[in-house]
Ligand binder design. Structure first.
Ligand code: C5P
Length: 216
């Protein structure tokens, strides 16, 4: 995909919030910065960008169409509704893997006994896109691994039928959740592996966009 100008690019970003009751949720520390930087960089390259964003304080520019969602299910529904019309899909959101099976309709009262909340898996958006992907579409996933990083990222790439996977490092101070910097390794389906230095998320976004443009 040598040029993404005029192409339709969908990006997911941020965490998801999985409701427990009307006032509580299960969430994570994702800021949305990495995905929003990718959306902005794609727009600068002339793409028509839709950002599906979980709860994030980070703003995006008017050149990006933003759809704000809360839960994994809402993100799934928004993404799957736009799946067919997009050329490039970049899934950088930190989607919750589990959600409460029952959402209480009233605020749960405090009691002396322990509270048990049963969790069920959320839909895997990336895997669902991988199962539906057309040959002309490019699917980019993210991975955050704590052990056997490369091997796990490679098997995720195959399992979820991605073309490119961006491996976030947890090894560096300043990389990952909430920070303005990140250090990534980018793997593709043809076993190319590129490692990058710690840099600003805006610069990392440029590297990711370059990989998308260079992908054959
Ligand atoms: O399996 P794991 O959660 O490590 O995969 C990470 C990748 O899958 C990321 O690209 C993330 O956005 C995506 N994902 C998803 N839906 C989920 C879980 C992860 O799209 N329910």
């Amino acid at each position: 995909m040598p040029d993404i100008s005029g192409k339709k690019v969908l990006v997911t970003a941020g965490p998801t919030h999985e409701p427990i009751d009307p006032v509580r949720f299960i969430g994570n520390h994702s800021s949305g910065k990495m995905g929003i930087a990718i959306a902005e960089e794609a727009a600068k390259n002339g793409a028509e960008v839709t950002l599906i964003c979980g709860p994030s304080r980070v703003e995006s520019s008017v050149s990006v169409r933003r759809i704000d969602v809360q839960s994994a299910q809402q993100m799934f529904d928004a993404v799957m509704g736009l799946q067919a019309e997009n050329d490039v899909l970049v899934l950088s959101a930190a989607v919750a893997d589990y959600r409460p099976k029952q959402v209480a309709s009233n605020k749960i009262k405090k009691k002396d006994a322990a509270l048990v909340i049963e969790l069920e898996p959320t839909p895997d958006i990336l895997a669902s896109l991988g199962a539906k992907k057309r040959p002309d579409q490019l699917l980019v996933g993210f991975a955050l691994e704590t052990d056997n990083e490369l091997q796990n990222a490679q098997s995720k790439l195959n399992r979820k039928n991605c073309d490119i996977i961006v491996l976030n490092s947890l090894q560096d101070a300043g990389a990952g959740f909430g920070h303005d910097t990140n250090r990534v390794t980018i793997l593709d389906r043809h076993n190319n592996i590129s490692t990058f230095e710690l840099k600003s998320k805006a610069e990392v976004a440029k590297d990711i966009l370059q990989k998308i443009k260079d992908y054959k």
